[in-house]
Write a protein that binds this ligand. Sequence first.
Ligand code: HEC
Ligand code: HEC
Length: 407
Amino acid sequence: MRTRRLWLATFAVLSGLTLAFVGGMYWSQHSPSASDPMPADDDPIAALYRVPVDQWPAPTVDEGIDWQPLGPLPEPPAGRDWTPLTHLGRQLFFDPRMSSSGQIACASCHDPEHGWTDGRQLPFGHLRAPGTRNTQSLINAAFMDRLFRDGRAGSLEAQVSIPLASDIEMHHTPAGAVQRIAARESYATQFEAAFGDPEVTYPRIVSAIADFERRLISRSSRFDAFIEGKHDALSDQEIRGLHWFRTQGRCMNCHSGPLFTDQQFHNLGLNFYGRPLQDLGRYNVTGKPEDVGTFRTSPLRDVAFTAPYMHNGMIPRLRNVLLFYNKGGAHPKRGEKHADDPLFPKTSPLLQPLDLSTEQIDDMEAFLHAISARQNRLSMRFVADLREQAEQDREAGAHDADSEIRR
Ligand code: HEC
Ligand code: HEC
């Protein structure tokens, strides 16, 4: 009798578990996901957008603004297929031997799992020196006319030497990097595959890294599916967010086109002029008074993965960014000290209080998530390779001989 009851009890528990397990599987398969159609009710705003893009309502932009429609990404400049040069570039991008300490790779700050940023307000580099600007994502950098937040680099090739030589980033020299890279034999095969012979030169290192960066293109998001005509790819809420983005939110004054950026420089009032955190932005490059405190309009695809935000990383979450714009941005007052200062920066007149309700801000936040596709991941094989190389370096004492850290 007792055994029978025990058996029944065990059976009940087991079948409960099975049901819970099957239920869990069912739930995880049927909870809303990127590919599931969203319930479409008769939201009047959503209906305005479930039509071809050229029939959408006109955006709210100020006079003279040269806006572009939000559309699909253009074809990447270097195509999508990887070549031996791309594979070499990826290897170098992740290789800490590019830095004098042997500890800092490009990927230390541009981490694929953080949308190719470091997830920090400000980065740290050589000997943990703190940086002064928030790390940029490399997603879609291939499409940018000018790189960096102040546009001071004209090409991905020209950009590489800047972090390499910076005292607070990788603190190295081109010759030093070449020497370190050439010391690892396995690179000979990769240079040979990419260039036809195994010689390691600095221009080759640079062109390989730039080639790799040109493949860091955002994946197709639900927004892309939507504009291709899959009108259930976005929920009503996300479509309303798109509508506020294009109209009452006034975002299209600066964030328009397939990349959600005009690639121009604007002042949002976050420059801390005359204070310890001052950043003069584009002015450092052009020397023009109207450029004081302006920064390149950030592209917004995959923006959900790249917190914190702005050139100084001072805005922690997307929600706070939206609240910031809703107030009309920052408008620092010109004090006595700067009464006659011709350089005192002026916040862009394109920023105005928006009077968005909490629900409208929720909608816009949902939309910004819908233009973010999927986090990047490295293949386990590549991660295992990196680990193996680090181990070999450690055994060979590769970094100890000339490491700055030991001095
Ligand atoms: C210590 C952290 C750090 C390291 C290491 C680092 N970066 Fe960066 N990267 C940054 C920061 C910070 C910015 C933004 C700087 C600015 O705007 O002045 C940036 C910006 C960039 C940009 C501009 C992106 C755009 O959209 O304009 C590119 C490209 C880039 N880095 C590539 C690299 C490469 C290649 C390496 C390795 C050779 C590297 N970075 C190493 C922190 C780092
Ligand atoms: C006057 C032009 C302008 C307008 C209007 C504008 N932005 Fe921006 N946006 C910028 C600039 C410039 C930056 C970069 C600022 C910096 O680096 O300090 C930026 C940065 C951002 C960022 C942070 C991206 C990052 O990676 O750090 C987000 C998110 C953003 N904008 C969303 C919006 C939304 C949503 C709207 C509409 C409510 C909007 N912007 C309106 C110019 C503008």
